[in-house]
Design a protein around this ligand. Sequence first.
Ligand SMILES: Nc1nc2c(c(=O)[nH]1)N[C@H]1C(S)=C(S)[C@@H](COP(=O)(O)OP(=O)(O)OC[C@H]3O[C@@H](n4cnc5c(=O)[nH]c(N)nc54)[C@H](O)[C@@H]3O)O[C@H]1N2
Ligand SMILES: Nc1nc2c(c(=O)[nH]1)N[C@H]1C(S)=C(S)[C@@H](COP(=O)(O)OP(=O)(O)OC[C@H]3O[C@@H](n4cnc5c(=O)[nH]c(N)nc54)[C@H](O)[C@@H]3O)O[C@H]1N2
Ligand SMILES: [Mo]
Length: 767
Amino acid sequence: MHRDAPTRDIDESALSVTPPKQQAAGVKAVTVALERAVEEMGVIRTTRTLTRLNQRHGFDCPGCAWPEPSGHRRPAEFCENGAKAVAEEATLRTVTPEFFARHSLEDLADKSGYWLGQQGRLTHPMVLRPGDTHYSPIAWDEAYRLIAEALRGLDSPDEALFYTSGRTANETAFVYQLLARSFGTNNLPDCSNMCHESSGAALSSSIGIGKGSVTIDDFNAAEVIVVAGQNPGTNHPRMLSALQKAKEHGARVIAINPLPETGLLGFRDPQTVKGLTTGIPIADDFLQIRLGGDMALFQGLAHLQFEAEDRAPGTVVDREFVDAHTAGFAEYEKQMRAVDLATVLEATGLTRAELDHVAKLLAESTSTIICWAMGLTQQRHGVVTIEEATNLLLMRGMIGKPGAGVCPVRGHSNVQGDRTMGIWEKMPETFLAALDSEFGITSPRKHGHDVVDAIRAMHEGRASVFFGMGGNFVSATPDTDLTEAALRGCALTVQVSTKLNRSHVVHGRTALILPTLGRSDADLSADGVKQQVSVEDSMSMVHLSTGRLAPVSDQLRSEVSIVCELAAELFGPDHPVPWTTLRADYDAIRDAISRVVPGCTDYNAKVRGRNGFQLPHPPRDAREFHTTTGKANFAANDLQWLPVPQGRLILQTLRSHDQYNTTIYGLDDRYRGIHNARRVVLVHPDDIAELGFAEGDLVDVISEWTDGVERKVTGFRLVAYSTPRGNAAAYYPETNPLVPLNHVAERSNTPVSKAVTVRFEPHVHTV
Ligand SMILES: Nc1nc2c(c(=O)[nH]1)N[C@H]1C(S)=C(S)[C@@H](COP(=O)(O)OP(=O)(O)OC[C@H]3O[C@@H](n4cnc5c(=O)[nH]c(N)nc54)[C@H](O)[C@@H]3O)O[C@H]1N2
Ligand SMILES: Nc1nc2c(c(=O)[nH]1)N[C@H]1C(S)=C(S)[C@@H](COP(=O)(O)OP(=O)(O)OC[C@H]3O[C@@H](n4cnc5c(=O)[nH]c(N)nc54)[C@H](O)[C@@H]3O)O[C@H]1N2
Ligand SMILES: [Mo]
């Protein structure tokens, strides 16, 4: 079955730049999807996987967390990038013990993340002991013994870290957090800490629940849909179909972004015959905002809502809603009336006419949805920016009614479900108490480390066992050099993975790679029964996912098995948690979930319903707000924005069209016209000139931060691009060395990946 993997690595000098595309998707997307799929999996597996993707009785796409339509599903309910995600996982290329014998660690350390990922699926548990030059095979039982010994040898359970990436299904997440808490720590950092943590923090304090309040059907009842800080054409392509449908129902879409992202501006629906040839613009209005200008924008728009209310009293502010359901309105009103529009224009880089136009649309809309993603969350003032967006909706009563609400569009396909299942370093007392009474354990109450704190703890020697349930910790996190040193200082690093990545190459004194099943793989119980897992999408819909492909190796174990088998070894036979029962039949896990996790009563039955089931959301369901005041809270915040220092630029780090986070599918950021290479910086042409460079120059990028440390990445090509003056963009994870660990969002501790102050220096070739 083995297929050849590429042997050559990225050649950055092969870069070619073409004009950005005007329309996303269309025929090209279908061809790219199928080509990639067939190349990796062959024709038979391609058909078997793509026809099951996002279908009832099929498996959930490991791509993004965008929900499936509630009613009719089309035969091809996936997108180009979903197909790439599946091909990446269902590939027939394999990374075997022979591969590790051929490639020393030194050799692998020189390769790019792209090359590593392209080598194929991991097939065998591998170990690296102190002094080894190569990984070598290890038996599962021995691997568990090694981990259990390291964990038992710690001075405190808090010296262990249990990281989760958001692909992990609910059943795994539940047993995994149970393992960490049984062991005695809340150190459960997860990718959410780097992603929508700011949304969770803002929404919890504003509306009492850290999740979005809209369903997919609300899109068809909305009059205005704002899409801020998000690039759905690449990262949530199926959202474009939903936006297109919403527009057919009369919605107006307003895009707020520093970049004219192709998917927002034009879309050809590859799932309809007409859409293949005729495109439509998605955004009716495009505000090309400065990086970090959104808080100012939302405050400016609020100011103008109050002016509109003065002109026609009783038409803009929803008094009835505000009086009955909210707290803090008077203070908010006072502050918004005092907003200085000149500052708003400077902070956003927008014109007064643009502001007035959007303010009018919002004031007249009877149902408004605000959607956002990383452009808002990964800012120093990310939490307060999201609070301002929520304020703007609350003053107009736009929550808990059809066609209106907050819509943080999640990233990883089950990142929201992982949180529901207890993957959080600070789960509330109610959850811990329920967990304890279900299993007869005593969960620790002290909050654990999130991602940034986990790195600090490893760096300072306060943590020395790192266990990664998926993901690619070392490449996804900020301040790469420091983080690498932190991981290298660990006694043991363990990675449960499907594919090879940089986190296997940057390791503790002892390192383990534990290969696991992916979503598309069949997961059979000991007596040959197909196990199913469940996931929750961005709109709180929970449903089953069943993999059917034959795994590439008989050595792969499911994530649930790995957790339960390790726990059995670690805690011994007398432990109160029935680890072997949980492992044998996931229904037993779901039964426990039904008693512990709020909203999950009758989980096994409900999750088997036609479309699964929707978790409760008090603001959406009943305009109930479980906040400190018992009402929705208006937050009164002082304005923050990002002035650009002289001779510097503010850099955002983002995704190309051909990657999934740190997994690089290919080298073609087709919509932006960047081909064959990734080390580029997109800069306004006038800034390139003003800084004394020319388009195509090779530069080093140096980030400046208050700690005085100069962080640097080298050999980046300047590309002239449409972005506001003073702002630049470059790909993640190549630019993660530039993001200072301590540069985090207030209140959410999320790394500020969308606002790094940088300067350029000419790149000097060294031989
Ligand atoms: N194919 C694919 N799908 C994915 C992923 C992937 O890597 N590949 N990743 C998944 C994950 S984990 C996540 S979290 C999501 C990420 O989805 P996105 O948030 O769309 O991802 P980014 O590429 O980080 O893009 C950020 C967008 O915000 C804009 N932006 C940046 N700063 C600002 C700002 O200050 N204000 C405003 N208004 N806009 C700004 C950028 O120009 C860009 O369009 O996608 C998920 N889906
Ligand atoms: N500079 C910068 N940094 C960022 C961001 C940014 O925008 N800019 N975005 C942040 C965001 S939003 C996120 S969510 C994080 C992502 O951080 P992570 O979730 O840690 O990273 P991924 O790249 O998604 O992880 C990919 C790896 O997961 C493993 N994997 C894939 N599928 C499975 C599976 O089913 N099971 C298991 N066990 N393993 C699997 C594979 O081995 C693969 O190499 O990165 C963050 N980092
Ligand atoms: Mo994410």
